[in-house]
Design a protein around this ligand. Sequence first.
Ligand code: PBG
Length: 335
Amino acid sequence: MDNFDFPGLQRPRRNRRTAAVRGLVKETHLPVTSLVQPLFLVDGRGIRNEVTSLPGTFRLSTDECLREVEECLTSGVTNFIVFPAVPEELKDKTGTYGYDPANFYLQAAREIKSRFPEACLISDVALDPYNIDGHDGLVRNGRILNDETLPILAKMGIAQAAAGFDILGPSDMMDGRIGYLRQALDKAGFTETGIMAYSAKYASAFYGPFRDALDSAPKDGDDIPKDKKTYQMDPANQREALIEAALDTAEGADFLMVKPALNYLDVIALLRQNFELPIAAYHVSGECAMLLAAARNGWLDFDRAMPETLLAIRRAGADVIITYFAKAYAQMTQS
Ligand code: PBG
């Protein structure tokens, strides 16, 4: 077209012309210091047992876990969220092993913190790794009890704070647990131990590989609910996340979490706009497994798709991202 007058003066492509210019206009940055690496712990020595549904993630005994933490620290990952895979014979109805002083998980936290005081350890506060029913609260007559569960969560939380965990991660979704935990911690003298509240945790299909790793799925039984829908949120709901986040803020949370991350980017953005507390997003096991499966089939380029995924969670408004790819991302951006 000879006599075409270009419409207007703006040409957005000018700011994409070279890598240097693109660097100037980059809006979202994802430093490794914002990432949290999950770790699965088992009792014993020399154990490094891969989770079949989450290749590249291992159940580690304490000695192997120390090695893993050291490698992560060397790559710049300084934050860890730790989960125990508890043998069936140590589980009971009320999850007493969760606060047993002999608990290998608590002992491992002590060892990690004494070897690497600079590492930040986040715990898991919930009954499901410890109770025979595979639920986050006490089960009685086919129901998950709320208020009766709180004192047990507090006992676990205090034991974890005493073991040296920096931040507690209540993932159970019982009502009132943040305030209950905060008070119990303060009364026990743990005023400096933080709480990362799983505020908007959805009853999601994307926790599968995690439940495989810990064998923590709800157990079969007449009087055991088959799902977690009476305490985890309905994936259809957004406004309800505001209610949960407001309660957790008022009850003394230090972080608000949205979980899962990818299918809930709108919820991350909503909490970011409405709250001043740091927002954490949990890029959960099933979300990571999807990417790995596609990459293994040659259908996606992992080295490009993974950082793009983490960046999307960041762009939505997450300050903190918990992802099974934390170490891989750190190693990728380091070189
Ligand atoms: C349970 C808990 C779950 C996850 C973290 N804590 C699973 C569940 O609620 O059943 C899932 C994390 C993941 O899938 O990566 N307290």
